[in-house]
Write a protein that binds this ligand. Structure first.
Ligand code: AMP
Ligand code: ZN
Length: 112
């Protein structure tokens, strides 16, 4: 599959890793939208949150459980924001489930 995040998870494309376990990887976004901008992904391919089902929910819960660990490791002690874009209208450009973890400043209330 020609998926850039699968290639990052496989180590075929380099990334600035901030967290890794057997199922989850977190790495710095190449084009940060905040002082801290980390992407948290399952190593196995899931297209988006819209594809979560009974088969992959255990993996997705591991990804979500990693988010506070990633936030702590990144020094986000005063809060942060988690975003996942889904599909065309959601602005998803990489079709591999990822959670944006944003922080390191007081974020605006704008959501669109
Ligand atoms: P989205 O628009 O939600 O699909 O987000 C995709 C994100 O992946 C964007 O914020 C990109 O900056 C980021 N991105 C794309 N390629 C890479 C890469 N090779 N390493 C790190 N981040 C990337
Ligand atoms: Zn993938």
């Amino acid at each position: 599959m020609n998926c850039i995040f699968c290639k990052i998870a496989a180590g075929e494309i380099p990334s600035a890793k901030v967290y890794e376990d057997e199922s989850v990887l977190a790495f710095k976004d190449l084009n940060p939208a905040a002082p801290v901008h980390v992407l948290v992904i399952p190593k196995a391919h899931i297209e988006s949150l819209d594809c979560v089902n009974g088969e992959n929910i255990d993996l997705v819960s591991k990804v979500i459980s990693a988010i506070p660990v990633v936030a702590k490791a990144a020094g986000l002690e005063n809060g942060y924001r988690v975003i996942t874009n889904i599909g065309e209208d959601g602005g998803q450009t990489v079709k591999h489930l990822h959670f944006h973890v944003l922080g390191g400043t007081k974020l605006t209330e704008k959501l669109n």
